[in-house]
Write a protein that binds this ligand. Structure first.
Ligand SMILES: N[C@@H](CCC(=O)N[C@@H](CS)C(=O)NCC(=O)O)C(=O)O
Length: 254
């Protein structure tokens, strides 16, 4: 059995989609990132970067102690190797897939996260809207550029890494499908090949199932004050945030 430490966000969906695609049994453990679960001592032991997703495989490849992993790219690579699915075991094709996996982790995810921050969340945080202009232009511009990179690749290939559906598609879809909502739905007109792929991947049974996992958790109704507390927790993190959480946990344990 695999425990998935999860919240329904693009990085969380990558893992539930992969588990559904592979037909692996899993147990969802919610990590309420607005409520501060990512700072709990037991979670930091699994995911020292205080971010979800993370997994614990109680029946790991090669046997032995349960294996815990954080970082969605590493988790997908592990699950692919465990099942022999969606990532060739060796050869050129393996690296063709992994280059797109790393591309998503280092480019599309962070740039979309920052674009969303400056364009949407920032409004409630920055006192002066002018402070948001440069960041919005820079990161929305990057998302536009990256959409063009995917569109060009998908104009010549059915899937991101070539002819086969792989972890490159699984890791990228949960972010790519939200680009229209982030920038403007009319942007799809500029990227028809990307749109074709988003629709095709989104129609897969396992993708629909993985995307629906614990959707109810997104539907919490929060008061203005709770919203503010969540924003403060998520968008004001420094080294102190983690240090204080570690100290509190050590004190509670002593
Ligand atoms: N590179 C990480 C990113 C994970 C990440 O940023 N997770 C967010 C939710 S999508 C999170 O846990 N945020 C909690 C926080 O900001 O404190 C991965 O791909 O696993």
């Amino acid at each position: 059995m695999i425990d998935v430490h999860y919240w329904p966000t693009p990085n969380g969906w990558k893992i539930t989609i992969m588990l559904e695609e592979c037909g692996l049994a899993y147990n969802v453990i919610p990590v309420d990132i607005g409520g501060g679960d990512q700072f709990k001592a037991e979670f930091l032991r699994i995911s020292p970067n205080n971010r979800m997703p993370a997994i614990v495989d109680h029946d790991p490849v090669g046997g032995g102690e349960p294996l815990s992993l954080f970082e969605s790219g590493a988790i997908l690579e592990y699950l692919a190797d465990k099942t022999g699915k969606f990532l060739p075991r060796s050869g050129h094709d393996r690296y063709r897939v992994l280059q797109w996996v790393h591309w998503q982790m280092a480019n599309l995810g962070p740039m979309m996260g920052n674009a969303n921050h400056f364009k949407n969340y920032g409004k409630n945080i920055a006192g002066d809207p002018k402070q948001l202009e440069y960041g919005t232009r820079r990161f929305v511009g990057e998302v536009d550029r990256l959409s063009g990179v995917m569109d060009a690749q998908l104009s010549a290939n059915q899937f991101l890494a070539g002819a086969d559906y792989t972890i490159a598609d699984i890791i990228t879809w949960p972010w790519a499908m939200a680009i229209g909502r982030l920038i403007d739905e009319s942007m799809w007109d500029k990227f028809p090949h990307l749109k074709r792929w988003v629709d095709e991947v989104g129609a897969r049974d396992a993708v629909e199932k993985g995307f629906a996992v614990r959707r109810d958790l997104r539907e919490q109704k929060l008061t203005e004050e709770e919203e503010k507390r969540r924003r403060d927790l998520l968008f004001n993190q420094t080294n102190d945030s983690v240090r204080k959480a570690r100290e509190a946990a050590a004190q509670a344990a002593s």
